[in-house]
Design a binder for this molecule. Structure first.
Ligand SMILES: Nc1nc2c(ncn2[C@@H]2O[C@H](COP(=O)(O)OP(=O)(O)OP(=O)(O)O)[C@@H](O)[C@H]2O)c(=O)[nH]1
Ligand SMILES: [Mg+2]
Length: 230
């Protein structure tokens, strides 16, 4: 039976940014194909369904912007197709960017995606940084990393701090990472800050489980009751 409440997550970004592998982290399985060596992999839109901690999601993987194997027009067409297709449900767009230097090419890629998305969808867009493992290796928190990268810091500010970091190499923690992403998204979608949750809505026993299962269950209840996500 088609679940009543589900979330469409649409992965967009430059080629090799880590879209497919991030989709795998979200779904907790090898749903999308990726390749280690250079060269683009995802030639077409693909959708895979699953759950994050019991919460139903559809994950849309898309071809990378700047993919040399596809013309700009082809890529644009494919992305427009996916945007039309997914919007029968609640959508969150994930702009996948490597937590690395933000080159001019990357900046232009972001601009292209923003143009394709259009003003309204930008409010439902999150930046998903990949390569959290490399930040860890460099002993950098995401905040320290952003402080050293003006371009990305400005971008994150533009998105009103709607960002999340994935370490796609850490398969063992995939479900925790996916759950935290979803909690962040649902919390923001419901317009509830952590503080507001703590003070007004959350019964005392939930306070100690802020990022954990109970917290997500609680958000889920709200989600189901209110059906107001976007
Ligand atoms: N170290 C590290 N590597 C990552 C991470 N995420 C993705 N990668 C690597 O980046 C490469 C590209 O990942 P994909 O998921 O295939 O990238 P994509 O954006 O789907 O690429 P296209 O489909 O070609 O546009 C692969 O070698 C991944 O293993 C991460 O968090 N850490
Ligand atoms: Mg891919």
């Amino acid at each position: 039976m088609e679940p009543k409440a589900y979330l469409n997550l649409i992965l967009l970004g430059k080629k090799r940014a880590g879209k497919s592998v991030s989709g795998n982290t979200i779904l907790g399985r090898e749903a999308f194909i990726s390749r280690r060596r250079s060269g683009s992999v995802t030639p077409d839109n693909t959708v895979e369904s699953g759950t994050v901690d019991g919460f139903p999601v559809n994950v849309y993987d898309t071809p990378g912007i700047c993919d040399p194997e596809l013309s700009e027009d082809e890529i644009q067409q494919k992305i427009e197709n996916v945007l039309q297709r997914c919007e029968s449900g609640h959508c969150v767009f994930l702009l996948v960017i490597k937590a690395d230097s933000f080159t001019e090419e990357e900046r232009k890629t972001v601009e292209k995606i923003e143009k394709l998305l259009g003003e309204e969808r930008l409010n439902k867009t999150w930046i998903l940084f990949t390569r959290g493992d490399e930040l860890e290796e460099d002993n950098l928190t995401i905040q320290e990393f952003l402080d050293r990268n003006n371009g990305l810091k400005t971008l994150v500010e533009k998105y009103d701090q709607r960002y999340h970091v994935f370490n796609n190499k850490k398969k063992t923690a995939a479900s925790d990472q996916a759950r935290l992403l979803l909690v962040n998204i649902l919390q923001r979608s419901l317009g509830l800050s952590g503080e507001c949750f703590k003070r007004s809505y959350r019964p005392k026993f939930l306070v100690t489980n802020c990022g954990g299962k109970l917290y997500l269950s609680y958000v889920k209840v709200y989600y189901k009751l209110l059906q107001i996500i976007y």
